[in-house]
Design a protein around this ligand. Sequence first.
Ligand code: PLP
Length: 378
Amino acid sequence: MIYLDYNATTPVRAEVRDAMLPFLTDEWGNPSSTYGFGARMRKVVENAREQVAELLGAQTWEVLFTSCATESNNAALNAAVKANPRRRHIVTSAVEHSSVLTHCRALEREGVRVTYLPVDRDGLLCISDLEAAVTDDTALVSLMWANNETGVLFPVAEIADVCRARGVLFHCDAVQAAGKVPIDVRALPVDYLSITGHKLHAPKGVGALYVRRKAPFTPLIHGGHQERGLRGGTESVPLIAALGQAAVIARQEVADYDALVRPLRDRLERGILESVTDTELNGHATLRLANTSNITFHGIASDALLMLLDQEGICASSGSACLADSDEPSHVVRAMKPDGGASRQMVRFSIGTETTAGIGDKATAAVRRAAAALRSAG
Ligand code: PLP
């Protein structure tokens, strides 16, 4: 198998698996129990909280564990809307992940007005569009750090400055940025920030939400006293321990990530763009994650190409894994290039630190063969 879909999910690292194993075997107590067997689990959860806080530059009490980033994103939107019921407007972008967009559409049905900022043909956001969209009625700006389909980076520092200046809460979906670019909430005035374990070499089913001290927060999941009463439900100690260990590794490796991954991504990208005719890169040439390449193959349906690649053992995708079973074109590429069929004829390749030049070259050759076969079949 040649795995080129790291933006969909990542393999669990051996150190991460080892960190969670004790809590799947002998150490299975409930972290809320007061006896020693439970209290030990509480320590594990708090240690992981510290590890995640260190990855983000946060204080430990500013980190909430969740079940995934979909929950983190929903919780942030919910908190901001509930915090100030008189403000009935949200600003987001047309290219956010479905966990933000679908929640926004649900809020629209409840009478909240949502502005979906456009992006240009490179996937970039224009700060003056944001400035124009924010009004006295705006409760929250929710904009992602890095796009999951194209890797395009939004100017989060400028976005945060606009929000601060206008007195509006800012939520950032940093799922694809975490571990790939340094994150430091001490330098970035963001109010809420979401991450998830499975894009960081931890298992699926665990995420975190950073909530800045004094940012309003109303629970999305009501229940017991867990997470200081901010998120009910018995904590998954093994998954939380895994996320903590993944955060430690991400913090150690993030400084080298770009230099390690970018040359391989560039080689793969150049190989495809130069050897397959009628191809086009989707996403800014440089303001983009080091690992992501989104390429349109004109005249070739994404599904057909992905099927042939799958037959050769190559895992890639045509957008977010969360929407992979839908017939809809990529909403991200459509927002960038509304004319033509680019959004139905694209493939996302996303690599990781385990990818080698040899893997990339094999994939390039397979893409070339598959594209030629599909074009000759008409
Ligand atoms: N936000 C972005 C940008 C993503 O890429 C994803 C996952 O694909 C999510 C949110 C949702 O994460 P999770 O699968 O943990 O719910």
